[in-house]
Design a protein. Structure first.
Length: 256
């Protein structure tokens, strides 16, 4: 009988002094952890991200963080300008415990993930970018459409919310960072009906990325975590199947 998934809460501090809230989901002893990075107005405490973390924790340890201005982390959100400090703090804390780390980012969390992982932090063996923008300035966000209104309403879960900061701070563009990643497996996932960040963003990022890379467009799929809400089993299987192929169990610990 498998061990019960245990969840524990941790508080880290980034290089710029931000308090970073992290939940760890673990089951037994594993050498691989998946780091989940939410997007704008979300947090590790929403039912959606808790369910996603619990589903992935059946196969891997999971670290789910709050970016600044969200949930239990301090500060205000800078819309991907400074949030790399939180992800880097989590990776630095996790790397001695897990020889293999995989980062999963959603929307602006995917932008942060791409920008951070492009710096080749130790131990990161894979990246999954869900509804990633190629550039913050090019995000469509057609909030006035029925699809946009529906996306917003479905995102109003317990635990959602944001303390916004200056949205005009200079930001690195993921499309400029993605080409720096070499020999790192990347999976791009995007819904074809995404009205917040169109699928064209992931196509551009995929074209600019080095091999090994894979692009999965989900027909009629919505934005970011909505892909999991709409099809929890299919979305989870997409990730776990890719991870099983990318990080096979026979790979010696400490290698990618």
């Amino acid at each position: 009988m498998p061990d019960t998934v245990e969840r524990s809460s941790h508080r880290l501090r980034s290089a710029d002094g931000t308090v970073v809230a992290v939940d760890r989901y673990r089951q037994g002893r594993r050498d691989t952890a998946v780091v989940i990075c939410h997007g704008f107005f979300q947090s590790k405490a929403t039912p959606t991200f808790q369910r996603l973390a619990g589903a992935l924790a059946q196969s891997y340890d999971v670290l789910c963080l709050d970016f600044r201005g969200h949930g239990g982390s301090s500060g205000v959100f800078t819309f991907s300008a400074r949030e790399d400090a939180e992800l880097q703090a989590v990776l630095t804390w996790a790397q001695p415990q897990y020889p293999r780390l995989v980062v999963i980012g959603f929307s602006l969390g995917a932008a942060v993930a791409i920008n951070t992982v492009s710096g080749a932090p130790p131990g990161v063996c894979g990246l999954i970018a869900v509804s990633a923008p190629a550039s913050f300035d090019e995000i469509e966000f057609k909030f006035w459409t029925p699809e946009g209104i529906g996306t917003g309403l479905k995102g109003l879960e317990p635990g959602a919310g944001c303390r916004p900061g200056n949205p005009f701070l200079k930001k690195r563009r993921p499309i400029d960072a993605i080409h720096r990643m070499r020999n790192l497996p990347v999976l791009f996932i995007h819904g074809t009906k995404d009205v917040i960040v169109s699928a064209a963003h992931s196509r551009r990022l995929f074209d600019a990325a080095h091999e090994p890379k894979h692009l999965r467009l989900i027909a009629d799929g919505g934005h970011a975590e909505m892909l999991f809400r709409e099809d929890p089993t299919g979305f989870t299987s997409l990730i776990t199947d890719w991870l099983a192929e990318t990080l096979p169990l026979e790979t010696p610990p400490g290698t990618c």
